[in-house]
Write a protein that binds this ligand. Structure first.
Ligand code: MG
Ligand code: ZN
Length: 219
């Protein structure tokens, strides 16, 4: 059905234009921004909660949380010390798009921040198709999801800039073959920057925090 395909293409093209405008606003304000995507329960909000206190006094951080219905995640970001936190209720939509991020940017004085962390809706499929205008897309995978995820969601794994492997504290308890997982990742996205870490024990956080600081200082 060519008609359907062209409608989808038009939506994505319009979204891309708005994403470029968002990027221009972030660049003008000198804000580095990341788009966190993951399946539900991988630990995006926990990662934000554990990241914010480690950046305290080093970077000024705004958090934008996309959620289908609640403000629970942005409340957690605010409690963890975000300098500002904005909730986007998507009204049932299963991904954020550039219009929604523009609405959130309108509510922030971007000159007050160094880093913007966007938490996308928990979903491994469509968030990868909708650019927001952020500088880097960070995929948060987690050990209990299983080691087959790169093989099952190749498009998502191929398109990301950075990979966090969360919940490594569970490696002794679940059948997750790190080498099998990493082989899948490397076949799709060779050399992708990867941070295995645990939001419970704090293991692996140093590299992740360093990456955030270095990229923010470049912006
Ligand atoms: Mg969350
Ligand atoms: Zn969606």
């Amino acid at each position: 059905m060519p008609q359907t395909i062209s409608v989808v293409e038009n939506i994505l093209n319009a979204n891309d234009r708005l994403a470029e405008e968002n990027r221009a606003r972030l660049d003008a304000a000198g804000v580095f921004s990341i788009n966190l995507i993951a399946s539900p329960g991988a630990g995006k909000t926990s990662l934000i909660e554990q990241t914010l206190p480690r950046l305290k006094g080093r970077l000024r951080v705004a958090a934008v949380d996309g959620d289908i219905a609640t403000s629970l995640d942005s409340d957690r970001a605010a409690a963890a010390g975000a300098d500002a936190s904005v909730q986007i209720n998507t009204g049932g939509e299963c991904h954020l798009d550039a219009v929604m991020l523009r609405g959130a940017l309108d509510r922030l004085d971007l000159t007050q921040f160094d880093l913007l962390i966007v938490e996308n809706v928990g979903n491994l499929i469509c968030p990868a198709n909708f650019k927001l205008g952020t500088h880097k897309t960070v995929l948060v995978a987690s050990v209990p999801e299983g080691d087959d995820k790169p093989y099952k969601y190749p498009a998502t794994y191929r398109g990301v800039d950075t990979l966090v492997i969360n919940k490594i504290d569970l490696l002794p308890y679940v059948p997750f073959r790190m080498d099998y997982f990493q082989r899948g990742v490397q076949a799709l996205n060779p050399g992708v920057v990867t941070f295995p870490l645990s939001c419970i024990t704090g293991e692996g956080f140093d590299g992740w925090i360093q990456w955030l600081i270095e990229n923010t200082r470049k912006e």
